[in-house]
Design a binder for this molecule. Structure first.
Ligand code: PRP
Ligand code: ORO
Length: 241
């Protein structure tokens, strides 16, 4: 895999993820049924310094995309349950810290996994999406199932999707029909999830870190064995595009 020069802030974030067991190694079953030798548990960005590090990284990425594309903007950060919930709240706050005049009116929204049937009731918490421009913020994109579910919620709420940001793009190919049926990959070449989601939605899809970034980070830290495992997994599920 070709890896580009890793900016210092990304190298530091990877080091922090390793130290906090957010990036771990072993054998993990993914939502897509694939078995991965590495896993990124963004639920462990749960201490004050880690929350600050990850929300700052999302906010920087969003702010720098917005600077390069002045015509682009949004009203709501939508964090799908569960791991998206703290992300939309903390990143909205960090955006206001980046530039209050530009981002001070950004609202957050998240869903419940079950509909509440008393009190205010319903599925959604936070700002109403009706007629608003919405950016999805989530943790990891592998096969894109979680992102597609989030897009359905936005459409159902009358919002307009204008962007997607995740912490980690695992750079994997779309799952085959046989994988969806639990029969394993049939080995056919397919495009990347992120490119397919971009093509389907026509909106920018950003990632704070990609698998290549993480491999470059492991290399910098001299963790050759784990780096090799990531490379081998990449070779197995690498996209054709
Ligand atoms: O791209 P995909 O193949 O969909 O996989 C990635 C998603 O799967 C997991 O979420 P999960 O639905 O398990 O919910 P959680 O936030 O409650 O962990 C993970 O947190 C990602 O959001
Ligand atoms: O694909 C997944 O299910 C997945 C992969 C990963 O690295 N982290 C995560 O939370 N989910």
């Amino acid at each position: 895999m070709a890896t580009s020069e890793l900016p210092e802030w990304k190298a530091k974030l990877i080091e922090l993820a390793l130290k906090s067991n957010i990036l771990t190694f072993g054998s993990f079953k993914l939502k897509s049924n694939r078995i991965s030798p590495y896993f990124v548990n963004c639920g462990l960005f749960c201490k004050a310094n880690l929350i600050r590090a990850i929300s700052t990284a999302y906010a920087r990425q969003i702010d720098s995309y917005a600077k390069e594309h002045p015509e682009w903007g949004f009203d709501i950060l939508f964090g799908p349950a569960y791991k998206g919930i703290p992300l939309c709240v903390t990143t909205a706050e960090k955006l206001a810290g980046e530039d209050e005049s530009k981002w001070g009116d950004i609202a957050y929204s998240f869903n419940r996994k079950e509909v509440k049937d008393h009190g205010e009731g319903g599925l959604m918490i936070g700002e109403s999406m009706k007629g608003k421009r919405v950016v999805i913020i989530d943790d990891v994109m592998t096969a894109g199932t979680a992102i597609r579910e989030a897009i359905d919620i936005i459409n159902g709420q009358g919002g307009k999707l204008v962007g997607i940001i995740v912490a980690i793009d695992r750079q994997e190919k779309m799952p085959s029909q046989s994988e969806k049926e639990g029969k394993g990959d049939d080995g056919t070449p397919r495009g990347s999830t992120i490119a397919e989601v971009r093509r389907e939605t026509g909106v920018p899809v950003m990632a704070v870190l990609t698998l290549s970034d993480m491999i470059a980070g492991m290399k910098k830290l001299g963790r050759e064995e784990e780096m090799k495992q990531m490379e081998e997994y990449y070779q197995r599920y690498k996209p054709s595009d």
